[in-house]
Design a protein around this ligand. Structure first.
Ligand code: NAP
Length: 262
């Protein structure tokens, strides 16, 4: 049987590093993992955002929370972040960006930024964190991909390519890790109620001249439940994957999308 921790804090004694942990889905993941007892390191580019999130968790959960400024696009910065953080047994690769444009207008900058942050950034953090997890015989890697890692959407070629890459990366390392005690999974949310969705709505308004309500309705309508996914719903799935009792769930790309992807 997999090892378990007593009581309702099954992640007590585990240390989770969350990229982009200061806001949006990453911040919700931080709340969920803290509730389960994990100590946290939040990584992102904005110290004030990270510190504000850490302060809110310290006020409510009995766990240690550290903040490290780091950019997933920068190998040195991320190596330094992991060195400072110390041994990590849970890695949540959540940092990501989304831009949209018609295929013919995607320039190298758009393509490179998107692939570098969403795919190479995820790969880089996994490469740093995985060997010590495998050596320790226990670890959880959860990559925040997207339904755009499972299907195509118009005007998001670079984003879809990056997220399909994250799903492939997840599945491949999961096979390599299968006998080590480390699991590697992805969560694939549909449009989720964060700043990223707000920017997508603003973009639709700017490009089409439609009203905000109409743009929101269009995004929400992609989900059969007719609404945006909540960041907390994504976070609870991430947290479940991190539990000791989820040891057999490996190499999965789990849609959190109200039935949009089956
Ligand atoms: P968000 O509110 O815009 O948050 C993005 C997070 O990524 C921020 O914390 C940001 O931190 C961090 N980040 C971006 N670039 C970074 C970099 N180079 N280095 C370090 N951190 C970086 O969006 P979100 O919705 O929470 O997105 C989180 C993840 O969910 C992304 O991977 C996104 O693709 C995925 N996702 C979102 C949706 C959605 O509709 N919202 C749907 C499916 C998947 P700083 O800017 O403070 O550094």
């Amino acid at each position: 049987m997999p090892e378990t921790q007593p009581g309702d804090r099954p992640l007590a004694g585990r240390h989770a590093l969350i990229t982009g942990g200061g806001r949006g889905i990453g911040a919700a993941v931080a709340d969920s993992l803290a509730r389960l007892g994990a100590d946290l390191t939040l990584v992102g580019r904005d110290a004030a955002v990270l510190e504000a999130k850490a302060a809110s968790i310290r006020g409510t959960a009995p766990c240690a929370v550290s903040c490290i400024v780091g950019d997933v696009n920068d190998e040195e910065s991320m190596q330094a972040a992991f060195d400072r953080a110390g041994p990590v047994s849970i890695l949540v690769n959540n940092a990501g960006i989304a831009e949209s444009a018609p295929f013919a207008r995607i320039d190298d900058g758009h393509w490179d930024r998107t692939l570098a942050t969403n795919l190479t950034g995820t790969f880089r953090c996994m490469r740093i964190a995985y060997p010590a997890m495998a050596e320790a015989g226990w670890g959880r890697i959860v990559n925040v991909a997207s339904t755009a890692g499972l299907k195509g959407y118009a005007y998001t070629v670079a984003y879809c390519a990056s997220k399909h890459g994250v799903v492939g990366l997840t599945r491949a390392l999961a096979m390599e890790a299968a006998r080590t005690g480390v699991t590697v999974n992805a969560v694939c949310p549909s449009f989720t109620d964060t700043d990223m969705a707000t920017r997508a709505i603003a973009n639709i308004v700017a490009k089409t001249g439609r009203g905000e309500d109409e743009a929101l309705k269009e995004l929400a309508g992609i989900n059969p439940q007719g609404r945006l996914v909540l960041p907390e719903e994504v976070a609870e799935t991430v947290a479940w994957l991190c539990l000791p009792s989820s040891a057999s769930i490996n190499g999965q790309a789990i849609a959190i999308a109200g039935g949009e992807v089956q």
